[in-house]
Design a protein around this ligand. Structure first.
Ligand code: HEM
Length: 359
């Protein structure tokens, strides 16, 4: 796990902003301050809406579940009349991305994972799941194995939610994914608000809708076809693994996919194509792929090498390894689609294409 990024290894832009945010930002989002802030928020709101919630919960037959996370309000979220300044929300999220004490120096990757796991539960046939209800706030979905570690990301965003009560959690989480990708050097992603939060565990999706990294390419196809994606889109989306890392205490896997896990680029495709992969057994009984000729902690998941070795997937891996512009174009479209799966837009929502904070 000795793959930590120091400020000096970030891009000049990130390094500059890291200097700014460590001075200003940390007191806003360090865990103790965050807990205090979000508990207060939750207490205030649930106090004024307790009767309403109890009624809804009883009507909804949610008695078999329990409300898991006391840091979140139980009331319907879109009750504020004040319009939300999404441009400002973008900037506020950008301001809290960096922390030299967290992973490789940025919360960006875990925010991208939150946005994707909130959205990737969609089932096109039953039209259930997706980011609309922000159902990962509730157990059992918050406790699904695939979502291990995402409380970090949900809690990080609580002060932003407190500052902009009119934004729904679904809008906040998907917007945070867009901010992270763009601020870490990725493509512009069209985004629009319009998600309304669910009020109870009734909106939770069943376990098993997100991919299992220990399985093979057929499983990955089943999962993404269920959302409505094709092979090219699946490969493009997986390129998000240029960012971030695996954590032994979350997925059981260990290490990053690229040498620069806080920079969004087509590096993932270059790495998977350019190295010789060998199996490595893990202390927890599992295994992953590691680079045979290097002592870095760079890794690939079992499912990823299965995908890479699949005849229909491979051409897209090769395409994106060679052509970063094409990757950005295809990723931007597919990620934009992913964020909108199952969201009942009215049709008149403004579509935002945010400028990055260094633009
Ligand atoms: C092929 C299907 C996929 C599989 C099997 C998979 C699996 C995983 C696993 C096992 C982790 C490590 C979690 C941890 O231990 O912290 C992870 C992290 C991550 N995934 Fe995926 N994933 C897939 C697709 C995607 C997609 C479609 C996106 C976004 C578009 C994405 C974005 C990320 C990011 C950014 C991280 C890093 C999180 C962090 O650093 O905390 N993944 N993924």
């Amino acid at each position: 796990m000795a793959f930590r990024f120091t400020t000096s290894r970030l891009t000049p832009r990130l390094a500059t902003r890291a200097g700014l945010t460590t001075a200003v930002g940390l007191s806003v989002y360090r865990a103790p301050a965050l807990r205090t802030m979000s508990t207060q928020t939750g207490a205030k709101k649930s106090g004024s809406n307790t009767a309403l919630f109890l009624g809804l919960a009883a009507l909804g037959g949610a008695a078999g579940y329990y409300y898991h996370n006391s840091t979140h309000s139980l009331a319907p979220q879109k009750t504020e009349s004040k319009p939300v300044d999404y441009e400002q929300v973008y900037k506020d999220i950008a301001d809290i991305l960096e922390d030299n004490d967290y992973d490789d120096g940025s919360f960006g990757p875990v925010l991208v994972r939150l946005a994707w796991h909130a959205s990737g539960t969609y089932d096109k046939d039953s039209k259930t799941g997706g980011s609309n209800a922000a159902s990962m706030r509730f157990a059992p979905e918050s406790e699904h194995g695939a979502n291990a570690g995402l409380k970090v990301a949900r809690d990080l965003l609580e002060p932003i939610k407190a500052k902009y009560p009119g934004i729904s959690y679904g809008d906040l989480w998907t917007l945070a994914g867009v901010v992270a990708i763009q601020e870490l050097g990725g493509p512009t992603i069209a985004w629009r608000p319009g998600r309304t939060d669910g009020v109870s565990a009734q909106s939770c999706t069943p376990d098993g809708r997100l991919p299992d990294a220990g399985k093979k390419e057929d499983h990955i196809r089943d999962i993404f076809y269920r959302m409505g994606f094709n092979d090219q889109e699946i490969v493009a989306l997986t390129g998000a693994h240029a960012l971030g890392r695996c954590h032994t205490d979350r997925s059981g896997f260990d290490g990053p996919w690229s040498e620069q896990p806080t920079i969004f680029s087509n590096e993932y495709f270059k790495v998977i194509a350019g190295r010789k992969w060998v199996k490595k057994d893990l202390p927890n009984g599992g295994w992953q792929w590691v680079d045979k000729n290097s002592d870095t902690t760079i890794m690939m998941l079992p499912a990823e090498i299965s995908m890479y070795n699949d005849k229909a997937f491979r051409p897209y891996f090769d395409l994106y390894a060679k052509d970063n512009d094409r990757f950005f174009e295809d990723f931007s479209k597919a990620f934009g689609t992913l964020m909108e799966l199952g969201v009942p837009f009215k049709g008149d929502e403004k579509v935002y294409r945010f400028k990055t904070t260094n633009a």
